[in-house]
Design a protein around this ligand. Structure first.
Ligand code: BGC
Length: 454
């Protein structure tokens, strides 16, 4: 198989707080990230998302760039506090108008909008009322989902509820690296997990009840992807077990989230490991969480490796010294895009969309005025070939989104990390297509044939 399947969607992604800027404009309320950026020492070099990539003002130019690259879809998130400045209540017209115009411009450019409802810019007012620990938090999220659906669903069909709940809970509430910067005990973490799951379920119900165009709904999940060191049956089984059956006092096992969502129950291993740390579960909760979804969005950047030990017990295998790394210090492990989708497909049987994949690189403007990023081209070639291999082995996969359309605010790392296909010169706001953007244009045009064999 050289090409990707018919109808396969090629896109790129970004998120509101990372690109928009305009933090105090258009009636936008504060988010937990605005507040996090004010705490000295939390963000590299004191950077903030106040101006971001100035996408709030430059969105037309950005849509033109997407068209030039030939993107078929753009995955973006709506800033909850732009729509509801206090998190609940009356919608802010100016905020809604911004996304209204963006959606129109995308459609005019022939680019399908894929909308994420929540990519981490949680309304600060709701955080002060308990955030994801509040029993009202699922309802707040569903109310917000209905407002966005009401505004955009005459044109938007593809929806994602949460982006990476393991991150906004694991990094935001458990280890304090991300906003709101808390370090809670694991019982509280699990309560937040349960509320976020309930919020997801109620939001799906709200979307299905409100959308004017029949919605296609998923979420963008992340977690620990494990690959086997060889294709031997035992190693493969050990990797599967490591990915889904091993639980520590953290939230990085996919199954903690996606078993409730797709199978309607918490994984036995989680229940056994967490014991009385598990949150109270009311009658009907699991039914709310397990709303039928149309696709399974996975954000995948790298994986770990295991081999089978005694009784197929997974034994982690370290990467050799000097193994390739991105500037995030994430290993270059293309196998992640084979085993991640394959294991997820085999467990849940839902069509997969890679909702994020990409790398941070040491990009700069070269003496010829261009931005050369051969590592990114090599990285994406390797990963996409593995994704294609998974599809040729029977995994149903319907799309791929490169992270990110442009360099942007990389959370606690500020603007130090560059993930974009498009270079952003922050002082001037100028955009420059990197070599990888032109390369990706050809991948899209040829539906993957230009990736060659391998
Ligand atoms: C997030 C993005 C982030 C990217 C690279 C994902 O965890 O969804 O917001 O920029 O990975 O770290």
């Amino acid at each position: 198989m050289k090409c990707f399947p018919e109808g396969f969607v090629w896109g790129a992604a970004a998120a509101s707080y990372q690109v928009e800027g305009g933090a105090r404009e258009g009636g936008r309320g504060l988010s937990v990230w605005d507040m996090m950026c004010r705490i000295p020492g939390k963000i590299w070099d004191g950077h903030t998302g106040d101006v971001g990539c100035d996408h709030y003002h430059r969105w037309r130019e950005d849509v033109d760039i997407m068209r030039e690259i030939g993107l078929q879809a753009y995955r973006f998130s709506v800033a909850w506090p732009r729509i509801l400045p206090d998190g609940t209540g009356k919608p802010n017209r100016e905020g809604v108008d911004f996304y209204d115009r963006l959606v129109d411009a995308l459609l005019e450019a022939g680019i399908e909008p894929w909308v994420t409802l929540f990519h981490w810019d949680y309304p600060y007012e709701l955080f002060c009322r308990g955030g994801w620990l509040s029993p009202d938090s699922p309802k707040w999220f569903a109310e917000y989902a209905a407002v966005v659906a009401d505004a955009l669903s005459d044109r938007v069909v593809r929806w994602m509820t949460h982006n990476e709940p393991p991150c906004f809970i694991g990094l935001g509430l458990q280890n304090g690296e991300h906003a709101p910067g808390l370090r809670m005990g694991f019982a509280e973490v699990l309560r937040a997990v349960h509320n976020a799951l309930l919020g997801h379920g109620l939001a799906v119900q709200a979307l299905r009840a409100t959308c004017r165009k029949k919605p296609m709904i998923g979420m963008a999940m992340c977690g620990r992807v494990t690959a086997p060191v060889s294709e031997d049956k035992g190693d493969v089984e050990a990797a599967r077990r490591h990915m889904f059956d091993e639980f520590g006092l953290d939230v990085w096992n996919y199954a903690l989230w996606t078993d409730p969502i797709f199978l309607g129950r918490y994984h036995e291993g989680a229940i056994r490991t967490y014991g009385d740390l598990m949150p109270p579960i009311c009658d009907g909760d699991m039914r709310i969480i397990a709303q039928p979804l149309d696709f399974y969005g996975m954000n995948i950047y790298s994986c770990g490796f295991v081999r089978a030990g005694k009784d197929v017990a997974p034994e982690p295998v370290a990467l050799p010294v000097g193994y390739g790394m991105t500037t995030m210090e994430w290993p270059v492990t293309p196998q992640a895009l084979y085993w991640g989708p394959r294991f997820a497909w085999e467990r849940y049987g839902k069509p997969i969309v890679i909702t994020e994949n990409g790398m941070s690189n040491t990009d700069w403007i070269a003496v010829d005025g261009r931005v050369h990023d051969p590592q990114r081209i090599d990285f994406l070639t390797r990963y996409l070939r593995e994704y294609r291999r998974a599809i040729s082995h029977g995994v149903e996969a319907i799309g791929y989104f490169q992270w990110s359309i442009m360099d942007n605010f990389e959370w606690a790392h500020g603007y130090k990390r560059r993930f974009g296909l498009v270079y952003v010169d922050y002082p001037s706001g100028r955009r420059i297509l990197k070599d990888s953007a032109r390369w990706y244009a050809e991948v899209i045009r040829s539906s993957g044939a230009s990736l060659g064999d391998g």
